[in-house]
Design a binder for this molecule. Sequence first.
Ligand code: MLC
Ligand code: AMP
Length: 507
Amino acid sequence: MSNHLFDAIRAAARPDSCFIETLDGRRWTYGDMLALSGRLAGVLDTLGVRPGDRVAAQVEKSPEALMLYLACVRAGAVYLPLNTAYTLAELDYFIGDAEPRLVVCTPKAHAGIAGVAVGHGAHVETLDETGGGSLMELSLAEEADFLDAERGPDDLAAILYTSGTTGRSKGAMLTHGNLLSNAATLRDCWRFSRADRLIHALPIFHTHGLFVASNVVLLSGASMYFLARFDAEDVLRLLGAATVMMGVPTFYVRLVQHDGLTRERTAGMRLFVSGSAPLLAETHRAFEAKTGHAILERYGMTETNMNTSNPYDGERLAGTVGFPLPGVSLRVTDPECGRPLSDGETGMIEVKGPNVFKGYWRMPEKTKAEFRTDGFFITGDLGRIDERGYVHIVGRGKDLVISGGYNIYPKEVETEIDGMPGVVESAVIGVPHPDFGEGVTAVVVRRAGASLDERAVLDGLKDRLARYKQPKRVIFVENLPRNTMGKVQKNVLRDTYAALYSGLADA
Ligand code: MLC
Ligand code: AMP
């Protein structure tokens, strides 16, 4: 039997080598990884999860949660990780759409989630951040040597939901081939080996922490410090014993502000990688000035895994995302008609390669609309290629805010606000934020005589939207600016409120 992704992971696994260490000193070898993921795959099988079935998980970050992902790969199930910040209202949609056979949640969320999941025909088990819960109890009765399900490169390994510019979130279907090809490419480009130890402080419900960080470590037989969340003090303490870190720009902004970030502290590190959102050139320069390390910025997205990377050897150019990865074709086109543009011209970034997903779950029309007929995927990011071949991302063609590496689609927030009594309409924008890169900001037109204030809008969103999607500020205006076509001019609003959070920079 062959299992495309896990066979490669198994081939790199030396049973006695360290795989994961946590801050409280707990340690998992690769042998432990093989045994625990095998037991959990056995649990899935016993619970009736068959190849192709979805398994959803909304759990805190823990080594056991990562083993659940690996168990799904081994059992042939399709892993569906869910942001821990999602509210029950949001979960109801994901579970209803993906129809998982099993939902794994934290014991404290069990009552609420069971109500939703059972209504959609899913079975529910629990897992907590210390490795407790019903799922782990069930694993004690299973054998460690699970016979992996037969899976080829085109079979699904995961579905990750990405919000849509219009309508509901879409589930990006990622195959064994997508994940393995991209992780192997990154391992080689970034020179990962068994000698590496990664500081893993990212969440594991998105592409960055789950696939880029964890799969690259697994495929190189390297090890990682697995931190429940990013904390600058913890990271600074670990720098001396690690070799690589991956993070979103907010990590680097926070580290640069810390007095503890020095050349000496980072002397043993060989690589710092940034992605998921634009890294300001000033952060890149400040980090290099303090440490001597040029952060390596790369560019990707849920649908495509990683597309480009600055070079390991060679100049890591601040403000650029480097070159297309080996095997990835990237072109810049006229957003209106798709005509390829020349180097130096700005347009839509399109990509094609083994990294690009299979399509949106049960949305063939949406899938079709986002691919060109020759197979290129339309990313929605605007960019250009300079004379040296470096890709620059200069903006977004899609109405999207990225805050601390999380994507927020304004439409989703606007729909919630527009539904509130006393609201005529709203526009949600992202404006520069010193910590999160962009701060979600709502501009609202009140109905005449309505007494709605900022607090009331925020309170109304509390149980509806994940915390990171909720506006940091709500501003009331008489009218929204519109162009002659009647379209709201978000660029005018972004300019008007550009300095809204600048006072926080020195806070
Ligand atoms: C937390 N908050 C956020 C937020 N994270 N608000 C906006 N944007 C965010 N990203 C909220 C908290 O709930 C809290 O609200 C308040 O803001 C301050 O929280 P904090 O303690 O400062 O936040 P912290 O827990 O430190 O989290 C910040 C962070 C985290 C940047 C460390 O958001 C993070 O780990 N982001 C990584 C996201 C990521 O992995 N993205 C990859 C996507 S994959 P309150 O009300 O409690 O005060 C992808 C593809 C690719 O994009 O290319 O990689
Ligand atoms: P997600 O849908 O969460 O995977 O987010 C993907 C989006 O993040 C991309 O389409 C880009 O807009 C953005 N992104 C990722 N990496 C970078 C980067 N290095 N620079 C600028 N934007 C980035």
